[in-house]
Design a protein around this ligand. Structure first.
Ligand code: MN
Length: 198
């Protein structure tokens, strides 16, 4: 598994995004997730989780919800190199994904997925099956989330990101509205845009 698709879309003479595949060997540390707020042609949240040394990625137009009754569309995008989890800044407007990127949330996750007999299913197998269940420990987003691939209908191939009904569920919280600063730098989108303008 490589990041050819990622590399082919970008001109690294022009964008400050990380180059190539910086995957590290498994080091016994819990896997990471990152949610990057991306003000591109359309504002969206890029949801990325570490699987097999790469960042599996989805574009979530409305971002994650903490309300289990809300299903958020998650459109799969190309694998990103592990180093991308640390990227925050401005991509030149004439480049792929041009616009401001904020590390909106970041943390670790635990795989929750089990078979009907209660045996763990690996994150790789869960991903291939199209039913990922993970416990996120971020600063803004916590608790169980399901990512479900739609296998029929006109949304076939897209996924849904859904909060599981657990003690971290909260139908009133609206973190994408109320928590607007980077967990990496404390900056707003405007500040990142101003500081890092290419
Ligand atoms: Mn994006």
């Amino acid at each position: 598994m490589g990041n050819d698709d990622y590399t082919n879309k970008r001109d690294f003479n022009k964008t400050n995004e990380p180059q190539g595949d910086t995957a590290k060997k498994p080091n016994g540390k819990p896997p990471i997730f990152v949610i990057q707020k991306h003000d591109a042609t359309n504002l969206h949240y890029d949801f990325r989780i570490q699987i097999s040394g790469t960042l599996k990625s989805w574009s979530v137009p409305k971002g994650p919800s903490t309300d289990p009754s809300e299903k958020r569309m998650a459109i799969p995008t190309e694998d990103h190199p592990m180093g991308y989890a640390d990227f925050e800044g401005a991509i030149p407007e004439d480049q792929y994904g041009g616009g401001t990127v904020m590390i909106w949330d970041k943390g670790t996750f635990k795989n929750l997925k089990k078979d009907s007999e209660g045996n763990p299913i690996s994150i790789e197998d869960s991903y291939d099956m199209g039913t990922v269940e993970i416990w996120l420990t971020g600063k803004k987003i916590k608790g169980g989330y399901s990512l479900i691939k739609m296998k029929s209908g006109n949304m076939q191939g897209n996924w849904l990101l859904i909060k599981q009904d657990d003690e971290e569920a909260d139908a009133r919280r609206r973190p994408t509205n109320t928590e607007n600063k980077s967990v990496a730098s404390g900056r707003t989108m405007k500040q990142i845009e101003k500081d890092d303008a290419p």
